[in-house]
Design a protein around this ligand. Structure first.
Ligand code: AMP
Length: 283
């Protein structure tokens, strides 16, 4: 039986736990999550284990990145199972602050990312989202002070925003992006997949299938605009309400008209029933 990781609920206990690691100059990796851990998260943790002597996983469902109409209240919470999975991967500590510890009475500061955070993708449909993410990730980085932090490419715009922010604010953390873990039929693993009904789950792989087909066609030299339009129709035919399917510059996330202006990243977001899914793929 692996040792249970230390479960830390206050900034004081976090600092006390991490101090000896720092004094011993042991490299520290942070994997930020909102819990409800699946194989995608665990891949991040395994990569962290390979790259650093000490691994901290944060589990915090961050209220400030949810709009009042979103699923903060019903977001899946599986803390005991999460800790068990992290123990098996020999994680050193789980940083699981309460909302009151993270945002005490009177909290009045917000980090406002620009650039990729205003690309007109997730930000267009979740205007509060990247401000909430940037603020909580800044706090996580300054609380834990890791050498590296691992994020999934699954949330591609978020990865770009956090990478830029860490650099702009000299946070001293190297942000590492890890490829998306998928089900056998291509559906990207997500904590929100548990919301899908059987019929919705059967329809869901259309997103990754369309991304793959569009990437192949663009690579063959077909015009991006036409490829994207046909991909969008296919997604809508599969009973999804499409928020966006776009070809963007992989780094800046600016719109891209021709493959020669690349590298290109295709990004999609769509709703099926009450569940909103996102995915993306490099060309
Ligand atoms: P979340 O708990 O959804 O906020 O995700 C925590 C981290 O896990 C983020 O960096 C996500 O991008 C990453 N992640 C989520 N799903 C996957 C996946 N299917 N493959 C790889 N990383 C993922």
């Amino acid at each position: 039986m692996a040792d249970r990781p230390k479960i830390l609920r206050t900034v004081t206990s976090l600092r006390r736990t991490l101090e000896p690691y720092r004094r011993a100059r042991q490299a520290l990796a942070l994997v930020p999550t909102m819990g409800a851990l699946h194989e995608g998260h665990l891949k991040l943790v395994r990569e962290a284990r390979k790259k650093a002597r000490r691994v901290v996983v944060s589990i915090f469902v961050n209220p400030t990145q949810f709009a009042p109409t979103e699923d903060f209240g019903s977001y899946p919470r599986t803390f005991d199972a999460d800790v068990k999975a992290l123990a098996a991967l020999k994680v050193d500590a789980v940083w699981a602050p309460t909302a009151a510890e993270m945002y005490p009475e009177g909290f009045a500061t917000r980090v406002a990312p620009e650039g990729a955070a205003l690309a007109g993708l997730e930000d267009k449909f979740r205007p509060h989202f990247f401000g909430g993410v940037a603020t909580v990730v800044t706090k996580l980085f300054t609380q834990v002070r890791p050498d590296i932090a691992l994020f999934g490419q699954k949330d591609y715009q978020q990865l770009r925003v956090v990478t830029q922010m860490a650099s702009d604010l000299d946070l001293g953390v190297k942000v590492i992006g890890i490829p998306t873990v998928r089900e056998k039929d291509g559906l990207a693993l997500s904590s929100r997949n548990v919301y899908l009904s059987e019929a919705e789950r059967a329809a869901a792989p259309v997103l990754s299938r369309v991304l793959k087909a569009c990437a192949a066609r663009i690579k063959r030299g077909e015009p991006i605009e036409m490829v994207m339009e046909e991909g969008a129709s296919e997604i809508s035919r599969a009973s999804f309400k499409l928020d966006y399917l776009e070809a963007r510059h992989a780094k800046t996330l600016k719109p891209i008209a021709s493959a020669k202006d690349g590298p290109i990243r295709l990004l999609v977001a769509a709703k099926i029933g009450k569940t909103r899914l996102i995915d993306n793929l490099g060309v």
